[in-house]
Design a protein around this ligand. Structure first.
Ligand SMILES: Cc1ncc(COP(=O)(O)O)c(C=O)c1O
Length: 430
Protein backbone atom coordinates (compact mmCIF):
# COMPACT_ATOMS: atom_id res chain seq x y z
CA UNK A 1 0.00 0.00 0.00
CA UNK A 2 2.96 2.31 0.53
CA UNK A 3 4.66 1.47 -2.78
CA UNK A 4 3.18 4.67 -4.21
CA UNK A 5 4.11 6.69 -1.13
CA UNK A 6 3.71 10.40 -1.50
CA UNK A 7 4.41 12.89 1.30
CA UNK A 8 1.35 15.05 0.61
CA UNK A 9 -1.78 15.15 2.72
CA UNK A 10 -4.04 13.59 0.08
CA UNK A 11 -2.07 10.38 0.31
CA UNK A 12 -2.57 10.25 4.10
CA UNK A 13 -6.29 10.88 3.68
CA UNK A 14 -6.47 8.09 1.13
CA UNK A 15 -4.82 5.70 3.58
CA UNK A 16 -7.40 6.70 6.18
CA UNK A 17 -10.17 5.98 3.74
CA UNK A 18 -8.86 2.45 3.22
CA UNK A 19 -8.31 1.84 6.94
CA UNK A 20 -10.45 -1.07 8.15
CA UNK A 21 -9.89 -0.09 11.79
CA UNK A 22 -10.91 3.56 11.33
CA UNK A 23 -14.35 2.91 12.82
CA UNK A 24 -12.89 2.19 16.25
CA UNK A 25 -11.61 5.76 16.77
CA UNK A 26 -15.09 7.05 17.59
CA UNK A 27 -15.32 4.69 20.56
CA UNK A 28 -12.37 6.42 22.24
CA UNK A 29 -12.27 9.70 24.13
CA UNK A 30 -9.65 11.66 22.23
CA UNK A 31 -8.71 14.76 24.26
CA UNK A 32 -9.94 17.79 22.35
CA UNK A 33 -7.47 19.45 20.01
CA UNK A 34 -4.86 16.81 20.78
CA UNK A 35 -2.98 14.39 18.57
CA UNK A 36 -2.34 11.67 21.11
CA UNK A 37 0.69 9.51 20.32
CA UNK A 38 1.57 8.30 23.80
CA UNK A 39 -0.52 5.14 23.92
CA UNK A 40 2.68 3.18 24.55
CA UNK A 41 2.77 4.87 27.97
CA UNK A 42 -0.92 5.26 28.71
CA UNK A 43 -3.63 4.25 26.27
CA UNK A 44 -6.81 6.34 26.10
CA UNK A 45 -10.19 5.67 27.67
CA UNK A 46 -12.83 4.09 25.44
CA UNK A 47 -16.60 4.17 25.87
CA UNK A 48 -16.46 0.40 26.29
CA UNK A 49 -13.93 0.66 29.14
CA UNK A 50 -15.95 3.42 30.78
CA UNK A 51 -19.05 1.25 30.59
CA UNK A 52 -17.49 -1.79 32.26
CA UNK A 53 -15.93 0.41 34.94
CA UNK A 54 -19.23 2.15 35.73
CA UNK A 55 -21.03 -1.17 35.75
CA UNK A 56 -18.72 -2.53 38.42
CA UNK A 57 -18.97 0.72 40.40
CA UNK A 58 -22.72 0.32 40.32
CA UNK A 59 -22.49 -3.30 41.38
CA UNK A 60 -20.57 -2.19 44.44
CA UNK A 61 -23.30 0.39 45.11
CA UNK A 62 -26.14 -2.09 44.71
CA UNK A 63 -24.70 -5.42 45.74
CA UNK A 64 -22.03 -4.64 48.32
CA UNK A 65 -20.13 -7.80 49.17
CA UNK A 66 -22.50 -9.92 47.07
CA UNK A 67 -20.72 -8.51 43.99
CA UNK A 68 -17.95 -11.08 44.55
CA UNK A 69 -20.30 -13.83 43.39
CA UNK A 70 -23.25 -12.02 41.90
CA UNK A 71 -21.70 -9.27 39.79
CA UNK A 72 -22.47 -9.60 36.08
CA UNK A 73 -18.92 -10.89 35.84
CA UNK A 74 -18.46 -12.14 39.41
CA UNK A 75 -15.50 -10.30 40.96
CA UNK A 76 -14.17 -13.51 42.48
CA UNK A 77 -13.50 -14.91 39.00
CA UNK A 78 -12.74 -11.60 37.26
CA UNK A 79 -8.96 -12.12 37.06
CA UNK A 80 -9.32 -15.63 35.62
CA UNK A 81 -11.98 -14.58 33.13
CA UNK A 82 -10.09 -11.53 31.85
CA UNK A 83 -6.97 -13.72 31.58
CA UNK A 84 -8.92 -16.17 29.48
CA UNK A 85 -10.36 -13.42 27.28
CA UNK A 86 -6.86 -12.07 26.57
CA UNK A 87 -5.28 -15.50 25.89
CA UNK A 88 -5.52 -15.25 22.11
CA UNK A 89 -3.51 -12.01 22.08
CA UNK A 90 -0.42 -13.80 23.33
CA UNK A 91 -1.14 -17.41 22.35
CA UNK A 92 -1.71 -18.69 25.89
CA UNK A 93 -3.29 -22.13 26.44
CA UNK A 94 -6.19 -22.46 28.92
CA UNK A 95 -5.16 -21.53 32.46
CA UNK A 96 -1.81 -20.06 31.41
CA UNK A 97 -2.78 -16.40 31.66
CA UNK A 98 -4.11 -14.47 34.64
CA UNK A 99 -4.96 -10.79 34.95
CA UNK A 100 -3.34 -9.90 38.23
CA UNK A 101 -0.71 -7.93 40.10
CA UNK A 102 1.43 -5.17 38.64
CA UNK A 103 4.29 -5.64 36.23
CA UNK A 104 7.07 -5.26 38.78
CA UNK A 105 5.32 -7.32 41.47
CA UNK A 106 4.69 -10.04 38.87
CA UNK A 107 8.36 -10.00 37.89
CA UNK A 108 9.22 -10.62 41.55
CA UNK A 109 6.62 -13.38 41.79
CA UNK A 110 7.88 -15.07 38.62
CA UNK A 111 11.59 -14.70 39.19
CA UNK A 112 11.28 -15.98 42.75
CA UNK A 113 9.91 -19.21 41.28
CA UNK A 114 12.04 -19.52 38.14
CA UNK A 115 15.39 -18.36 39.51
CA UNK A 116 16.73 -21.37 41.36
CA UNK A 117 20.53 -21.01 41.42
CA UNK A 118 22.23 -24.30 42.00
CA UNK A 119 25.79 -25.57 41.60
CA UNK A 120 27.51 -23.73 38.79
CA UNK A 121 24.27 -22.27 37.41
CA UNK A 122 23.77 -19.12 39.47
CA UNK A 123 23.48 -16.25 36.97
CA UNK A 124 20.55 -14.36 35.47
CA UNK A 125 21.05 -13.14 31.91
CA UNK A 126 19.27 -9.88 31.00
CA UNK A 127 20.31 -6.85 28.93
CA UNK A 128 21.56 -3.34 29.48
CA UNK A 129 18.65 -1.69 27.59
CA UNK A 130 16.01 -3.24 29.81
CA UNK A 131 13.48 -1.14 31.71
CA UNK A 132 15.00 -0.09 35.07
CA UNK A 133 12.22 -1.56 37.22
CA UNK A 134 12.85 -4.99 35.70
CA UNK A 135 16.54 -4.75 36.51
CA UNK A 136 15.86 -3.57 40.09
CA UNK A 137 13.57 -6.58 40.54
CA UNK A 138 16.23 -8.98 39.21
CA UNK A 139 18.85 -7.45 41.51
CA UNK A 140 16.47 -7.76 44.46
CA UNK A 141 15.72 -11.40 43.65
CA UNK A 142 19.41 -12.22 43.47
CA UNK A 143 19.91 -10.60 46.89
CA UNK A 144 16.98 -12.55 48.33
CA UNK A 145 18.82 -15.73 47.31
CA UNK A 146 21.81 -14.47 49.35
CA UNK A 147 23.91 -13.71 46.25
CA UNK A 148 25.57 -10.59 44.84
CA UNK A 149 23.90 -8.94 41.83
CA UNK A 150 27.23 -7.46 40.79
CA UNK A 151 28.42 -11.02 40.14
CA UNK A 152 25.25 -12.85 39.22
CA UNK A 153 23.44 -10.45 36.89
CA UNK A 154 24.84 -10.47 33.36
CA UNK A 155 23.63 -7.68 31.09
CA UNK A 156 24.02 -8.28 27.39
CA UNK A 157 25.57 -5.14 25.88
CA UNK A 158 24.28 -3.09 22.99
CA UNK A 159 26.82 -2.17 20.32
CA UNK A 160 24.95 0.99 19.25
CA UNK A 161 23.28 1.99 22.52
CA UNK A 162 19.80 1.40 21.03
CA UNK A 163 19.42 -2.19 19.89
CA UNK A 164 20.42 -5.71 20.86
CA UNK A 165 21.80 -8.57 18.81
CA UNK A 166 20.00 -11.83 19.58
CA UNK A 167 23.04 -13.90 18.57
CA UNK A 168 25.20 -11.99 21.05
CA UNK A 169 22.59 -12.73 23.75
CA UNK A 170 22.71 -16.43 22.87
CA UNK A 171 26.50 -16.44 23.20
CA UNK A 172 26.03 -15.40 26.83
CA UNK A 173 23.76 -18.40 27.56
CA UNK A 174 26.54 -20.39 29.18
CA UNK A 175 26.37 -23.25 31.66
CA UNK A 176 26.59 -20.66 34.45
CA UNK A 177 23.22 -19.16 33.52
CA UNK A 178 20.23 -20.24 35.61
CA UNK A 179 17.64 -17.99 33.94
CA UNK A 180 17.19 -15.64 30.98
CA UNK A 181 14.88 -12.66 31.32
CA UNK A 182 14.36 -10.16 28.47
CA UNK A 183 11.91 -7.60 27.08
CA UNK A 184 9.86 -8.39 23.96
CA UNK A 185 10.18 -4.82 22.68
CA UNK A 186 12.83 -2.43 23.99
CA UNK A 187 11.04 0.46 25.65
CA UNK A 188 13.26 3.17 24.13
CA UNK A 189 14.21 2.11 20.59
CA UNK A 190 11.15 -0.05 19.91
CA UNK A 191 13.21 -3.03 18.71
CA UNK A 192 11.24 -6.31 18.78
CA UNK A 193 13.38 -9.26 19.85
CA UNK A 194 12.98 -12.65 18.22
CA UNK A 195 11.36 -14.36 21.16
CA UNK A 196 10.84 -17.68 19.40
CA UNK A 197 14.53 -17.93 18.50
CA UNK A 198 15.70 -16.86 21.96
CA UNK A 199 13.35 -19.33 23.63
CA UNK A 200 14.55 -22.20 21.45
CA UNK A 201 18.21 -21.33 22.07
CA UNK A 202 17.74 -21.01 25.84
CA UNK A 203 15.96 -24.36 25.96
CA UNK A 204 18.69 -26.08 23.90
CA UNK A 205 20.97 -25.12 26.79
CA UNK A 206 18.51 -26.19 29.50
CA UNK A 207 17.81 -22.61 30.65
CA UNK A 208 14.31 -21.31 31.44
CA UNK A 209 13.40 -18.02 29.78
CA UNK A 210 10.84 -15.31 30.49
CA UNK A 211 9.80 -12.03 28.89
CA UNK A 212 8.37 -8.65 29.83
CA UNK A 213 5.91 -7.93 27.02
CA UNK A 214 4.65 -4.58 28.29
CA UNK A 215 5.71 -2.85 25.07
CA UNK A 216 4.22 -5.39 22.70
CA UNK A 217 1.04 -6.83 24.23
CA UNK A 218 -1.99 -5.56 22.36
CA UNK A 219 -0.05 -4.42 19.30
CA UNK A 220 2.17 -7.40 18.40
CA UNK A 221 0.69 -10.94 18.39
CA UNK A 222 2.63 -13.50 20.41
CA UNK A 223 2.53 -17.31 20.58
CA UNK A 224 3.89 -18.04 24.05
CA UNK A 225 2.56 -21.56 24.33
CA UNK A 226 3.68 -22.65 20.86
CA UNK A 227 7.13 -21.12 21.35
CA UNK A 228 7.45 -22.73 24.79
CA UNK A 229 8.07 -19.45 26.64
CA UNK A 230 8.36 -20.41 30.31
CA UNK A 231 6.81 -17.28 31.83
CA UNK A 232 5.95 -13.69 31.01
CA UNK A 233 4.26 -10.60 32.30
CA UNK A 234 2.94 -7.43 30.71
CA UNK A 235 1.10 -4.33 31.80
CA UNK A 236 -2.36 -3.41 30.58
CA UNK A 237 -2.24 0.39 30.54
CA UNK A 238 -0.28 0.84 27.28
CA UNK A 239 -1.59 -0.72 24.05
CA UNK A 240 -4.31 -2.56 25.99
CA UNK A 241 -5.93 0.69 27.19
CA UNK A 242 -6.85 -0.60 30.67
CA UNK A 243 -6.26 2.76 32.39
CA UNK A 244 -3.63 4.24 34.73
CA UNK A 245 -2.30 1.67 37.19
CA UNK A 246 -4.56 -1.08 35.80
CA UNK A 247 -3.26 -4.53 36.80
CA UNK A 248 -0.88 -6.54 34.67
CA UNK A 249 -1.09 -10.02 33.15
CA UNK A 250 0.99 -12.96 34.27
CA UNK A 251 1.74 -15.96 32.09
CA UNK A 252 3.00 -19.38 33.22
CA UNK A 253 3.52 -22.18 30.73
CA UNK A 254 1.43 -25.21 31.74
CA UNK A 255 4.64 -27.26 32.01
CA UNK A 256 5.29 -25.28 35.19
CA UNK A 257 1.90 -25.30 36.89
CA UNK A 258 3.29 -27.62 39.56
CA UNK A 259 6.12 -25.25 40.50
CA UNK A 260 5.93 -23.39 43.77
CA UNK A 261 4.76 -19.74 43.89
CA UNK A 262 7.27 -18.26 46.33
CA UNK A 263 5.42 -14.98 46.89
CA UNK A 264 2.42 -16.95 48.01
CA UNK A 265 -0.85 -15.27 48.97
CA UNK A 266 -4.43 -16.35 49.55
CA UNK A 267 -5.70 -15.39 46.10
CA UNK A 268 -3.31 -17.95 44.64
CA UNK A 269 -5.09 -20.72 46.56
CA UNK A 270 -7.13 -23.40 44.76
CA UNK A 271 -10.19 -21.26 44.01
CA UNK A 272 -12.85 -23.65 45.19
CA UNK A 273 -11.13 -24.14 48.54
CA UNK A 274 -9.83 -20.62 49.21
CA UNK A 275 -12.43 -19.95 51.87
CA UNK A 276 -11.66 -23.16 53.75
CA UNK A 277 -9.03 -20.90 55.33
CA UNK A 278 -6.49 -23.70 55.66
CA UNK A 279 -3.05 -22.66 56.84
CA UNK A 280 -1.49 -25.13 54.43
CA UNK A 281 -0.91 -23.29 51.10
CA UNK A 282 -2.20 -25.23 48.12
CA UNK A 283 -1.82 -23.16 44.97
CA UNK A 284 -4.24 -23.15 42.05
CA UNK A 285 -2.80 -25.54 39.42
CA UNK A 286 -2.51 -22.82 36.80
CA UNK A 287 -1.23 -19.24 36.41
CA UNK A 288 -3.82 -18.19 39.01
CA UNK A 289 -1.58 -19.83 41.61
CA UNK A 290 0.79 -16.87 41.29
CA UNK A 291 -1.83 -14.33 42.36
CA UNK A 292 -1.12 -12.84 45.74
CA UNK A 293 -3.82 -10.49 47.01
CA UNK A 294 -7.45 -9.55 46.55
CA UNK A 295 -7.82 -8.12 43.06
CA UNK A 296 -8.37 -4.36 42.86
CA UNK A 297 -11.74 -4.89 41.23
CA UNK A 298 -12.56 -1.23 40.56
CA UNK A 299 -9.12 -0.48 39.13
CA UNK A 300 -9.37 -3.60 36.94
CA UNK A 301 -12.85 -3.18 35.63
CA UNK A 302 -12.09 -0.87 32.68
CA UNK A 303 -10.00 -3.71 31.25
CA UNK A 304 -13.04 -5.74 30.31
CA UNK A 305 -14.44 -3.11 27.93
CA UNK A 306 -11.01 -2.16 26.63
CA UNK A 307 -10.26 -5.78 25.85
CA UNK A 308 -13.54 -6.22 24.01
CA UNK A 309 -12.50 -3.54 21.50
CA UNK A 310 -9.09 -5.13 20.96
CA UNK A 311 -10.67 -8.54 20.41
CA UNK A 312 -13.28 -7.12 18.07
CA UNK A 313 -10.60 -5.40 15.98
CA UNK A 314 -8.41 -8.54 15.99
CA UNK A 315 -4.76 -8.58 16.98
CA UNK A 316 -3.57 -9.50 13.46
CA UNK A 317 -5.43 -6.51 11.98
CA UNK A 318 -4.04 -4.27 14.71
CA UNK A 319 -0.50 -5.42 13.90
CA UNK A 320 -1.08 -4.90 10.18
CA UNK A 321 -2.20 -1.29 10.66
CA UNK A 322 0.53 -0.65 13.22
CA UNK A 323 3.19 -1.72 10.72
CA UNK A 324 1.62 0.35 7.98
CA UNK A 325 1.26 3.54 10.00
CA UNK A 326 4.74 3.32 11.52
CA UNK A 327 6.22 2.65 8.07
CA UNK A 328 4.32 5.70 6.82
CA UNK A 329 5.80 7.79 9.64
CA UNK A 330 9.30 6.53 8.84
CA UNK A 331 8.85 7.38 5.19
CA UNK A 332 7.68 10.89 6.08
CA UNK A 333 10.78 11.40 8.19
CA UNK A 334 13.16 9.92 5.64
CA UNK A 335 11.62 11.98 2.84
CA UNK A 336 11.17 15.35 4.54
CA UNK A 337 13.19 15.50 7.70
CA UNK A 338 16.37 13.47 7.54
CA UNK A 339 18.53 15.76 5.43
CA UNK A 340 19.93 19.21 6.31
CA UNK A 341 18.94 21.35 8.13
CA UNK A 342 16.66 18.90 10.04
CA UNK A 343 18.84 15.85 10.68
CA UNK A 344 16.13 13.70 12.29
CA UNK A 345 16.70 9.97 12.22
CA UNK A 346 14.81 6.86 13.24
CA UNK A 347 16.59 4.43 15.56
CA UNK A 348 13.87 1.76 15.48
CA UNK A 349 14.92 -1.13 13.22
CA UNK A 350 13.49 -0.91 9.73
CA UNK A 351 12.44 -4.53 9.22
CA UNK A 352 8.85 -5.32 10.16
CA UNK A 353 9.93 -8.42 12.06
CA UNK A 354 12.27 -6.38 14.27
CA UNK A 355 10.03 -3.61 15.54
CA UNK A 356 7.11 -3.16 17.89
CA UNK A 357 4.42 -0.48 17.85
CA UNK A 358 6.34 2.76 18.23
CA UNK A 359 8.89 4.75 16.31
CA UNK A 360 11.89 6.16 18.16
CA UNK A 361 12.97 9.38 16.59
CA UNK A 362 16.18 11.11 17.45
CA UNK A 363 17.83 14.46 16.83
CA UNK A 364 21.55 15.10 17.40
CA UNK A 365 21.16 18.18 19.63
CA UNK A 366 17.57 19.21 20.31
CA UNK A 367 15.47 16.09 20.87
CA UNK A 368 14.25 17.16 24.31
CA UNK A 369 13.20 20.68 23.32
CA UNK A 370 11.60 19.49 20.08
CA UNK A 371 9.51 17.10 22.16
CA UNK A 372 8.45 20.06 24.35
CA UNK A 373 7.56 22.09 21.26
CA UNK A 374 5.42 19.22 19.92
CA UNK A 375 3.53 19.10 23.22
CA UNK A 376 2.97 22.87 23.10
CA UNK A 377 1.32 22.31 19.72
CA UNK A 378 -1.04 19.70 21.17
CA UNK A 379 0.91 16.70 19.89
CA UNK A 380 1.68 14.21 22.64
CA UNK A 381 4.63 11.87 22.12
CA UNK A 382 7.08 11.25 24.97
CA UNK A 383 10.76 11.63 25.59
CA UNK A 384 13.25 9.07 26.87
CA UNK A 385 16.83 9.83 27.85
CA UNK A 386 19.14 10.83 26.34
CA UNK A 387 17.64 11.85 22.98
CA UNK A 388 14.67 9.69 22.00
CA UNK A 389 11.26 11.05 21.02
CA UNK A 390 8.86 8.10 21.07
CA UNK A 391 5.89 8.31 18.72
CA UNK A 392 3.32 5.56 19.13
CA UNK A 393 0.46 5.62 16.63
CA UNK A 394 -2.29 3.46 18.12
CA UNK A 395 -3.97 1.38 15.43
CA UNK A 396 -7.33 1.65 17.20
CA UNK A 397 -7.51 5.43 17.29
CA UNK A 398 -4.75 7.24 15.42
CA UNK A 399 -5.06 8.29 11.79
CA UNK A 400 -2.60 8.61 8.94
CA UNK A 401 -3.61 12.24 8.67
CA UNK A 402 -2.47 12.81 12.25
CA UNK A 403 0.92 11.38 11.33
CA UNK A 404 1.05 13.71 8.33
CA UNK A 405 0.36 16.60 10.74
CA UNK A 406 3.16 15.45 13.04
CA UNK A 407 5.59 15.47 10.17
CA UNK A 408 4.48 19.00 9.22
CA UNK A 409 4.78 20.11 12.84
CA UNK A 410 8.32 18.74 13.12
CA UNK A 411 9.30 20.67 10.02
CA UNK A 412 7.73 23.91 11.26
CA UNK A 413 9.17 23.57 14.75
CA UNK A 414 12.57 23.32 13.16
CA UNK A 415 12.13 25.96 10.47
CA UNK A 416 10.82 28.49 13.01
CA UNK A 417 13.20 27.39 15.77
CA UNK A 418 10.15 27.02 18.01
CA UNK A 419 12.10 24.71 20.31
CA UNK A 420 14.24 27.64 21.46
CA UNK A 421 11.34 28.82 23.61
CA UNK A 422 11.78 25.84 25.93
CA UNK A 423 14.11 25.07 28.84
CA UNK A 424 16.59 22.27 28.44
CA UNK A 425 15.62 20.80 31.82
CA UNK A 426 13.24 17.90 32.28
CA UNK A 427 10.12 17.74 34.48
CA UNK A 428 9.24 14.63 36.53
CA UNK A 429 7.32 12.99 33.66
CA UNK A 430 8.02 13.93 30.09
C1 LIG B 1 8.91 -2.71 30.35
C2 LIG B 1 8.33 -2.24 31.65
N1 LIG B 1 8.56 -2.96 32.74
C3 LIG B 1 8.07 -2.56 33.94
C4 LIG B 1 7.32 -1.41 34.06
C5 LIG B 1 6.80 -1.02 35.42
O1 LIG B 1 5.46 -1.32 35.50
P1 LIG B 1 4.66 -1.23 36.89
O2 LIG B 1 4.72 0.19 37.33
O3 LIG B 1 3.28 -1.65 36.49
O4 LIG B 1 5.31 -2.15 37.84
C6 LIG B 1 7.05 -0.64 32.93
C7 LIG B 1 6.27 0.60 33.04
O5 LIG B 1 6.07 1.36 32.13
C8 LIG B 1 7.58 -1.06 31.69
O6 LIG B 1 7.37 -0.35 30.57
Amino acid sequence: MLQNFSPDREFALQLDKNDLLAKFRQRFYIPEGIIYLDGNSLGLLSQDAEKSLLRVLNEWKELGIKGWLEGQRPWFWFSEQIGEMASGLVGAAPGELIFSGTTTVNIHALISTFYQPSGKRTKILADELNFPSDIYALQGQIRIKGLDPEKELILSKSSDGQTLDEKAIVELMTDEVALVYLPSVLYASGQLLDMEFLTAEAHKRGIPIGFDCSHSAGVVPHHFSKWGVDFATFCSYKYLNGGPGCPAFLYINKEHFNKQPMLAGWFGYVKEKQFDMSLHFEHAPNAGGWQISSPGVLGSSAMEGALQITLEAGIENIREKSLLITTYLRKQIETNLSGPPYHFSVVTPKENTRRGGHIALTHPTEAFRINEALKARGIIPDFRQPDIIRIAPMPLYNTFDEIWQVSEALRNIFDNKEYERFEKTRKAIS
